[in-house]
Design a protein around this ligand. Sequence first.
Ligand SMILES: [Zn+2]
Length: 313
Amino acid sequence: MTHHQGTTMPAGDDSVLVGIDIGGTKIAVLVCDDERRVLRRGEVAAPAAEGGRAMADAAAALVRTLTDGFTVRAVGVGAAGVIDHDTGTIRAASATFTDWVGFPLATELAQRLGCAVTVENDVNAFLLGEAEDQESDVLGVMLGTGVGGALIMRGELRRGPHGAAGEIGHTPGYSDLVCTCGQTGHLETLASGTSIARRYEQRAGRSVGGSREVADLADAGDADAKAVFRDAGRALALACSSAATLLDVSQAVIGGGVSHAWHLLQPGIDDALRTDAPITGIPLQIRPATHGADAVALGAIASARTLALAPVA
Ligand SMILES: [Zn+2]
């Protein structure tokens, strides 16, 4: 992340920055001014099964509607998958997406919208949205359908040489359960929303609609539901502790749908931080995200702002 405090924007009053959050089920758009005040917002269903072009068409149509009457200075995208940040092309993605790998998302959106577009992995964007101007060294973890991770060190997002840094959800050693990726024991087998529902079903012997329903059951006193969230919280904190030990990062911010049940994750987090705190002795703080569903689009806007300030070639 690059800071540009104090820089004067060469733009009129009607110019805006746009952040797009592209996921497997929905596309959400925020239109913001230079102070990150949200002027307009909207969302549509993501046509993920119809391919990259359909996704770009849907996103561009929503942006055009929401920015009517404004001048769009730059667009930032947070998208699911491994992203080649330099070209804005998708390098790898889950099976939810048809014809997404290899799709030049930045180029396609720039053609449709007539302005510069930058594309960031959605978990990276989430962390930019949550950490901007607050923390220079922080780990981000999103507990959603899957589990994703991201890292900011010295104020800079660390993408790794292949754009794949931070994939903490698929690190092993947390269970003996089969992961969505086909391997065994990954963090995601305990801490994703999907896994929380599966683990509850296995313990309680009855099916549930999703992790939100498990959270409601836990709040109503269901011991199995509480245990499943406790296990998720413990696994999450162990992963954060490993990362903190490796990287000397003492802050972790947790987002995604599962993080809304923070009070249910907290007992397992506290437990793990008691038994498995980083041996450096530096306290590890694990906290819930504060921007909710807006974090990815806000982080995408932070990227777009950097793009808008770049010298014109
Ligand atoms: Zn996995």
